[in-house]
Design a protein around this ligand. Structure first.
Ligand SMILES: Nc1nc2c(ncn2[C@@H]2O[C@H](COP(=O)(O)OP(=O)(O)OP(=O)(O)O)[C@@H](O)[C@H]2O)c(=O)[nH]1
Ligand SMILES: [Mg+2]
Length: 304
């Protein structure tokens, strides 16, 4: 294929928390890079991944934290990450759930999108959860909020409609060579992905307010110089209260063991090696309102 017929550009995925942004990005690139959960505010940083089609070109996806009413400094940081990821991109994908009424959260996002210069594709996700006829009602509810470039219903879970979205995204990308090597998948360092996997397993295992106050830092990640690949990983789960620490550790350490073995299973798959995972739990009171601790746990403005 002629170099000059390739298209390459940036596509940012935005939307309320929990609408399936990270699930969609993972689905589109065909690999799990961003963690996902049924708890809102799972994603905290901008996560960049690359979709390469040697014939068509390259889409650089930016997954962002859900846009919500921030209740602490971490929340403010997350919302600002989403806002800045909408600037200077080629196309914005606004993901919504298949609701027939537009809520306050989505109206607020529509206002922000009006200020952007990039074309906006409305993506109605989770179509697998509603009868087919309902999709038309959802489209009717959203279609006049903005001058959408396209409206694409799909299911990130089943993959239904995802090809159409890729097609539409390429339509709005400029002609130009690929930005990254064909085998580049993400800008996330391995250590960061490892920390996120531990956080995901904690999100899945814990209930109520505990998961929201968790951060994970990986202190050590080292490959042993042995014939069979093996990693030693040490990580700390940071929580906000002593009572949370008790819950995370669980009766006779059962909860921490569960988080650890689920994380180890996935780390071993990712690294294609045995993993010796050691987990600790530490309390940092109200860390989500401390600029110092927020940036210390990897949520930094300079990473935007
Ligand atoms: N049924 C169904 N569930 C979905 C679909 N896409 C995502 N989900 C589920 O929705 C929940 C939220 O998914 P995420 O991908 O973590 O959502 P997000 O928008 O990235 O959320 P934040 O990072 O918190 O903003 C998870 O339980 C997913 O499994 C879909 O197409 N159909
Ligand atoms: Mg997410």
């Amino acid at each position: 294929m002629e170099e000059s017929s390739l298209k390459s550009g940036f596509a940012t995925i935005v939307g309320r928390p929990n609408v399936g942004k990270s699930t969609l990005m993972n689905r589109l690139i065909g690999q799990k890079i961003a963690i996902t959960s049924n708890k809102p505010q799972t994603t905290r940083n901008r996560i960049q991944t690359v979709y390469t089609d040697p014939k068509r070109g390259q889409i650089v996806f930016l997954d962002t934290p859900g846009i919500h009413k921030a209740k602490n400094k971490l929340g403010e940081y997350m919302v600002s990450v989403a806002a800045s990821a909408m600037k200077d991109v080629d196309v914005i994908l606004w993901l919504v759930e298949p609701d027939t009424e537009v809520g306050a959260g989505d109206s607020h996002i529509a206002e922000q999108l009006k200020k952007q210069t990039a074309p906006v594709i409305l993506v109605i996700n989770k179509t697998d959860t509603v009868p087919h006829e309902k999709i038309l009602e959802v489209i009717a509810a959203f279609k006049d909020l903005l001058d959408f470039a396209e409206i694409v219903p799909l299911s990130a879970k089943t993959g239904d409609g995802c090809d159409v979205l890729v097609e539409q995204i390429f339509h709005y990308l400029p002609y130009g060579p690929m930005f990254y090597d064909e085998d580049t998948v993400t800008d996330q360092p391995m250590r960061q992905i490892a920390a996120e996997i531990v956080r995901e397993k904690a999100l899945h295992a814990l209930k109520d307010e505990v998961p929201h106050g968790i951060a994970v830092s990986v202190e050590k990640m080292k490959e042993r110089p042995e014939k069979n690949p093996m990693y030693d990983i040490e990580a700390t789960i940071i929580c906000e209260r002593d009572s949370h620490k008790g819950i995370i550790i669980g009766k006779q350490g059962a909860m921490l063991k569960k988080i650890g073995s689920n994380a180890r299973f996935e780390l071993e798959k990712m690294l294609e090696a045995k993993v010796n995972l050691k987990l600790w739990v530490k309390v940092k009171k109200d860390w989500r309102d401390s600029d110092f601790l927020i940036s210390n746990f990897g949520y930094r403005k300079d990473e935007e």
